[in-house]
Ligand binder design. Structure first.
Ligand SMILES: [Zn+2]
Length: 302
């Protein structure tokens, strides 16, 4: 179990092949016991804490970043170790957790998952609400966009600002009912906090502050470009930008997908040909994500 800084641990680290999120733990060294940030889909990886001298029964609070099953699916499994555990999430995502989660992503990825709803101890209602456990204060920053009730939890330890971001880099698509404008506003809001350490839901830990800012800005750019492109799926300039940004973010699968699509429409595009050579060196797999997105958005328009 990796230590992020005093009493903050990575319980479930980033795994590019896993279908659930990273999990973090804070030891409050008080009667409030251990606090988890998200829990993921499976309880087994959480059990690692018992090898490090902690007990599952001491997890007294679980802060959920947003209402996507890969972040809260195993809540009901946590209850088996401590029936009195308290769950927290924003009121706008609460139904997903307290009832049966719904949405296209459920059918697509988690159709077989047997979820049992849990009751929240508290619905977070206002922006910047504080949750206090022992001496640890978590500022709940409402960041709608990826979901309406996305929350990032900010913790300050020895003047270092640690942010548990959930899915900051998540794909935000207007045509699916996501709200790009809100997402961009939320990310802009986060940039003002000058975060020192970003503990991400599906990425490695990002630090220092300069890198965190760059990371957030890149994903803002990527999501903006992606939405622009889906409005004009033949705009080669935007498509080329998307390919560039994906390379920078080391999303080589997506980069290849964008680049192949570009060369399918314009086989003689010299920039596209040059990029393709670079991308192929990274050994990516062929995917058809962009085509499926275009088809999906065209169907929505009809
Ligand atoms: Zn998500």
């Amino acid at each position: 179990m990796k230590l992020v800084c005093d009493n903050v641990y990575v319980v479930k680290p980033y795994d590019p092949h896993a279908d659930d999120c990273c999990v973090y733990m804070i030891d409050t060294k008080s009667e409030d016991g251990l606090v988890l940030i998200d829990v993921g889909l499976n309880i087994e990886p959480i059990q690692v804490i018992e090898k490090e001298g902690f007990y599952l029964k001491d997890i007294k609070h679980c802060l959920i970043t947003h209402g996507h099953l890969d972040h809260f699916g195993a809540c009901f499994k946590l209850k088996k170790f401590n029936a009195n555990i308290n769950f927290y999430a924003h009121e706008l995502d609460a139904d997903q957790i307290e009832q049966k989660p719904t949405g296209q992503y459920i059918e697509q990825y988690y159709g077989d998952y047997k979820y049992q709803p849990v009751k929240l101890a508290k619905r977070i209602k206002s922006d910047n609400e504080i949750l206090k456990f022992g001496k640890s204060q978590f500022q709940c920053i409402h960041i709608p966009g990826h979901t309406p009730g996305s929350v990032a939890y900010l913790l300050e330890i020895r003047k270092k600002k640690i942010l548990f971001g959930g899915d900051l880099p998540g794909v935000v698509l207007n045509f699916r009912g996501d709200n790009l404008e809100e997402y961009l506003k939320s990310m802009q809001k986060l940039l003002h906090f000058n975060i020192d350490i970003l503990c991400e839901g599906h990425e490695d830990i990002i630090e220092p502050a300069k890198k965190v800012k760059k990371f957030i800005k890149k994903y803002m750019n990527l999501n903006e470009m992606l939405n622009l492109f889906l409005e004009e799926p033949n705009n080669m300039e935007i498509l080329l930008d998307l390919t560039f940004i994906s390379c920078e973010l080391e999303f080589f699968d997506n980069a290849l997908d964008f680049c192949n699509y570009l060369l399918e429409i314009e086989p003689d595009n010299v920039n596209g040909q040059e990029l393709l050579k670079k991308i192929l060196k990274q050994n990516p797999q062929k995917i058809d994500w962009i085509k499926s997105l275009i088809n999906e958005s065209i169907k929505k328009e009809k």
